[in-house]
Design a protein around this ligand. Structure first.
Ligand code: FHN
Length: 401
């Protein structure tokens, strides 16, 4: 049984968007802290419209939005009393997170929070036990003081913005402190917490930018990926992934009963890049057409290992992540005559038969080998860039192999 919400939109947004390069731009360019902080004076996303973000996500079949409240650079996209390095001290001067939380409430979509353990702005945030650190001259490692700082910010985040679905800690601290997640749960008892916090494996695993092998996840799992390869934050020259690549990954994660968090990086003006919006809409159209195939158990391993299958009662779903070279498919060793075969990608009915194909005839003995279910005229060329999913309805047959 997977996580309650299956598909979400990840949002990496902060001062780094101004550079159009990468969310870790400060680290990559070794930018001194004060110079980077001066970006605050330029951040004024006047076109920010969280209702537009919520609509984009909901129309795509997404059930939650997870936003970076604070990335490694330490800049806070929310009104916090514990550092001046926050959105209220920019020309924009409004609480981005509060406006998103309100839009999520209006739109009936859940809100999740990303919080970075590394904090490059905090003079006592350096953690020699972890990665992604960027101390500045004069900083002093003080884990106790930083832990208190984090708890103070968590209290703000988990008190002031309504119900929070998940907490996405980022970059494990490698410091074992169960009190941190206990503190989180004391403020939001129903929250789900990931495995990147303070020495705690949390409620769910977080494979990132890859699809694990296997047939079904053994624990709650939220896989995350971005619409582009270069960056999670806004990148002006992004290498966007193809629809085929993204739908194949989403399909496999969802077949394994994982959830999928697909990321966009909004621009400095607050709008999600058009290309990213187009990808979310296109992926969403596919997802809405095929998602019933994920409300099913992974099952039946067909001889063709490139095909995935899921089953719910008398309904079998065949997932075809790779491009078809031919428009027919023999589903060995399936030899059950179905009531119907449908292509979920557009709902059309497909011709099928249980038949012996020429390659199944033993020409020496002319003995027909086993009959199998064959599906004809699959319109593979009408869907060159998305994972195809067949829905096969059987007659009170439980598929057993
Ligand atoms: O270093 C970060 C990275 O910038 C991005 O936020 C990803 C998203 O999960 N997390 C870390 C890399 O694993």
């Amino acid at each position: 049984m997977g996580m309650p919400k299956k598909f979400g939109m990840f949002v990496h947004w902060g001062l780094y968007a101004l550079t159009g390069y990468h969310e870790q731009v400060r680290w990559r360019f070794h930018t001194p802290r004060e110079l980077y902080r001066s970006l605050m004076d330029k951040f004024n996303p006047v076109d920010y419209d969280p209702d537009e973000w919520v609509k984009l996500a909901k129309d795509a079949g997404m059930e939650y939005i997870c936003i970076t409240t604070k990335h490694h650079d330490g800049f806070c996209m929310f009104d916090t009393k514990y550092t001046d390095f926050n959105i209220m001290n920019t020309p924009f001067g409004r609480d981005i997170l509060k406006e998103l939380a309100d839009a999520c409430e209006r739109g009936g979509i859940a809100l999740s929070l990303y919080y970075s353990n590394p904090d490059w702005n905090c003079p006592f945030g350096y953690n020699s036990a972890s990665s992604h650190q960027m101390p500045s001259p004069g900083d002093e490692e003080d884990t106790e003081k930083y832990r208190a700082f984090v708890k103070n910010q968590l209290r703000e985040l988990l008190t002031n913005y309504g119900r929070i679905y998940t907490l996405f800690w980022d970059i494990p601290t490698n410091i074992a402190d169960p009190s941190m997640n206990e503190f989180v749960r004391s403020l939001q008892p129903d929250i789900l917490i990931n495995d990147r916090g303070w020495g705690d494996k949390g409620d769910f695993s977080t494979p990132e930018r890859h699809v694990p092998d296997g047939t079904k996840f053994e624990r709650y799992t939220e896989a995350c990926q971005s619409v582009g390869r270069q960056s999670w934050g806004y990148c002006a020259d992004e290498d966007y992934y193809t629809k085929r690549f993204l739908t194949a990954g989403i399909d496999k994660i969802r077949v394994m009963d994982g959830s999928y968090l697909l990321n966009v990086g909004p621009m400095p003006n607050g709008r999600i890049p058009k290309r990213a919006q187009d990808i979310i809409r296109s992926i969403g159209s596919w997802y809405n057409n095929v998602k019933e195939a994920f409300d099913a158990e992974p099952c039946l391993l067909l001889e063709d290992k490139s095909l995935l299958t899921t089953q719910r009662g008398d309904t079998l779903y065949v997932h075809i992540p790779k491009p078809l070279d031919v428009c027919g498919l023999t589903l060995k060793p399936l030899d059950v005559m179905p009531k119907s075969v449908t292509l979920l990608n557009d709902g059309r009915a497909l011709k099928y038969a249980v038949t012996t194909r020429p390659e199944d005839k033993d020409w020496q003995t002319h003995i027909m080998r086993r009959q199998t279910l064959h599906v004809f005229n699959i319109p593979a060329e009408d869907f060159p860039s998305e994972t195809l999913v067949l829905k096969i309805e059987l007659d009170n047959e439980k598929i057993k192999i």
